[in-house]
Design a protein around this ligand. Structure first.
Ligand code: ZN
Length: 157
């Protein structure tokens, strides 16, 4: 199976030498021209998206009911056929919503920590010695969270 995929990439004139082919669990990045982050290639005089072309080469024509080719890996340059799946426009929007949500979660420093961590942080905090700053770095949470834990404010685990 893996051998076949790589073989097709080596034999297809649109793909050969233009893709960073790696092991199947890695992303295979397109090495040539792009538009809006997606690889582009000229096929029969028409510019097409490479990930859509690759999908059709490996899985057949893109279903009308699921016309959007999505990346499981969230990497637009990737043309690894195992990272592609077809979906509806709604799927594509929900992918984006989920992505934004997780990005915001990380940005606000809302890392998940356990009840046990909370107890440890309360025990270990010693002003000017084990500081809130060092605890926040160690547990990967923001200063405000450390402060809330130490001062026994509402804590939702
Ligand atoms: Zn990928």
């Amino acid at each position: 199976m893996i051998k076949n995929i790589k073989q097709i990439f080596n034999e297809n004139k649109y793909l050969v030498g233009r893709v960073d082919v790696r092991s199947t669990n890695e992303c295979w990045n397109w090495l040539r021209g792009t538009r809006e982050g997606y690889g582009r290639v000229r096929v029969l005089g028409k510019k097409v998206s490479v990930h859509r072309l690759v999908y059709e080469i490996f899985y057949g024509s893109i279903p009308e009911s699921k016309p959007v080719i999505r990346h499981k890996c969230d990497n637009r340059l990737c043309v690894n056929p195992l990272h592609l799946l077809s979906g509806t426009i709604v799927d594509n929007v929900s992918d984006r919503v989920v992505r934004n949500r997780s990005a915001k979660g990380e940005a606000s420093g809302r890392a998940k920590i356990s009840k046990n961590d909370v107890e440890q942080i309360r025990k270990r905090y010693v002003p000017y010695k084990v500081t809130m700053k060092s605890l926040s770095l160690e547990y990967g949470i923001c200063l405000r969270q450390v402060w809330m834990i130490i001062t026994n404010r509402s804590w939702k685990s």
